[in-house]
Design a protein around this ligand. Structure first.
Ligand code: NAD
Length: 246
């Protein structure tokens, strides 16, 4: 079994939980991070090789404490999956500053803070950063002013990380999932949005958590040892095609 350790944020459910399970199958040990203590405790039960850590990635002091706690517990960090995220869909004129900030705090500041705090540990292992953005960061559409902007920023942040951290052997890549039926998505996807995605996606369906996790775990692994600065859409072909247009 590999001694490698991954830190996965937003691991209590959805894509983060699927990524945790797949990494464990591949022989990793996993630090599961989430701010929802109850859901995290439930999710981590029975996953051999994974340990729960309750932290909020949007709080600088809490992020430092989190990296210290994970390093103290596991002794190393080989990969960081910045997956924790929130969604808030609304028209620009109705997105007040509090709504905007709530999205930016987790989706953008969280990725910046966790990555920065993990750099010393990742230098030791020549580790990997995998940031989870979205197709909403690749293409603009209505209602996604805060969410889409936060995800576009994560894409650029990933490229900055790849440019600057490559000299330490640290890789940084970004995954842009298409729609997946998680709690986050189903809270903001109306039936109209669901129908429109089915029409616009060449594979004509939502993805599964597992299909996204497969791409994330590849980027964490040594199989991707010469891959950095990349933005990979796992989206059934949505971003690269115009299928669905009349
Ligand atoms: P989810 O709501 O099922 O899971 C997100 C997890 O993140 C939750 O457990 C939540 O408690 C945790 N979290 C939120 N804010 C946090 C914070 N500040 N600190 C710590 N934990 C926090 O969502 P999901 O759909 O699995 O989303 C995972 C990632 O994938 C997100 O970044 C999301 O934007 C992205 N994404 C999802 C979809 C989709 O359709 N589901 C599409 C594109 C991108």
């Amino acid at each position: 079994m590999s001694e490698k350790v991954a830190l996965v944020t937003g691991a209590a459910r959805g894509i983060g939980l699927a990524t945790t399970k797949l990494l464990i199958e591949d022989g990793w040990r996993v630090a599961m991070i989430d701010r929802d203590a109850d859901e995290l405790s439930l999710a981590s039960k029975g996953i051999n090789g994974a340990s729960p850590f309750v932290h909020d990635v949007s709080q600088p002091d809490d992020v430092d404490a989190m990296i210290d706690a994970v390093h103290a517990s596991f002794g190393r960090i080989d990969a960081v999956v910045n997956n924790a995220g929130v969604a808030d869909f609304g028209p620009i004129e109705e997105t007040d500053f509090a709504r905007w900030r709530r999205v930016m705090d987790t989706n953008l500041d969280g990725v910046f803070l966790v990555s920065q705090a993990a750099i010393p540990a990742l230098k030791e292992t020549k580790g990997a950063l995998v940031n989870i953005a979205s197709i909403s960061g690749l293409r603009a559409s209505t209602l996604r002013v805060a969410y889409g902007t936060s995800k576009a920023a994560v894409i650029q942040l990933t490229k900055q990380q790849a440019a600057e951290l490559g000299e330490y052997g640290i890789r940084a890549n970004c995954v842009c999932p298409g729609p997946v039926r998680t709690k986050l998505a189903m809270a903001v996807h109306s039936q109209d949005i669901i129908d429109a995605y089915h029409d616009a996606i060449p594979l004509n369906r939502y993805g599964s958590e597992r299909e996204i996790a497969e791409v994330i775990t590849f980027l964490c692994s040594d199989k991707a040892s010469y891959v950095t600065g990349q933005v990979i859409a796992a989206d059934g072909g949505f971003d690269s095609t115009g299928v669905g247009l009349p």
